[in-house]
Design a protein around this ligand. Structure first.
Ligand code: HEC
Length: 152
């Protein structure tokens, strides 16, 4: 009885840790059934960490773009995704390299000329890669689109 419960818990934790490309919503539904699944900082891959940082940069950029103040000093970090370890090598799908390079070009264009157009191209780059490599976070990335804020 006790052992089987422990097994269930272990499996539940494992499924959260391994499948970081499932949607946030799915993760939430799972964890709402019991206690919140613990965040596992040690299990976060370099690639996943860079993604979280990028996501935070987008949140900040949106705020600044929306306020219209300090837009010219905005920057987005130009990570070299090819140098970062993923959670699982299956995430490095065919075309990952060219998607990374395209994304990097959008980031450089934004850093040269921060604004809503270049920002939208960056978010477009996030979406292009995620449609191929890791669809889970797409729902969250959609919320980072300038158009979403603009239409509020
Ligand atoms: C070239 C492909 C590519 C691009 C471009 C890309 N991503 Fe990702 N993203 C991935 C992959 C692959 C993972 C899974 C990483 C892992 O688990 O190791 C991921 C994971 C994530 C995650 C989940 C991280 C976690 O905590 O597990 C978020 C959120 C995310 N990306 C947001 C973004 C945002 C926002 C952008 C644009 C600023 C972006 N991504 C651009 C491929 C990409």
């Amino acid at each position: 009885m006790k052992a089987s419960r422990r097994l269930v818990l272990a499996l539940a934790l494992l499924s959260v840790a391994v499948v970081s490309c499932v949607s946030d919503v799915q993760n939430q539904t799972k964890s709402n059934r019991g206690k919140l699944a613990p965040i596992q900082p040690n299990k976060t891959s370099e690639l996943a960490l860079s993604m979280r940082n990028l996501d935070a940069e987008l949140v900040l950029a949106l705020e600044v773009l929306n306020s219209g103040k300090g837009v010219e000093s905005l920057t987005i970090t130009d990570h070299d995704f090819l140098e970062l370890n993923p959670t699982d090598s299956s995430m490095l799908v065919d075309g990952f390299q060219s998607l990374s390079m395209a994304f990097s070009a959008h980031v450089k264009a934004f850093n040269d000329r921060p604004g809503t157009d270049t920002y939208s191209a960056v978010v477009g780059g996030c979406i292009s890669c995620h449609q191929r490599a890791c669809p889970g976070p797409l729902e969250r990335i959609e919320k980072r689109q300038w158009a979403v804020i603009e239409g509020k």
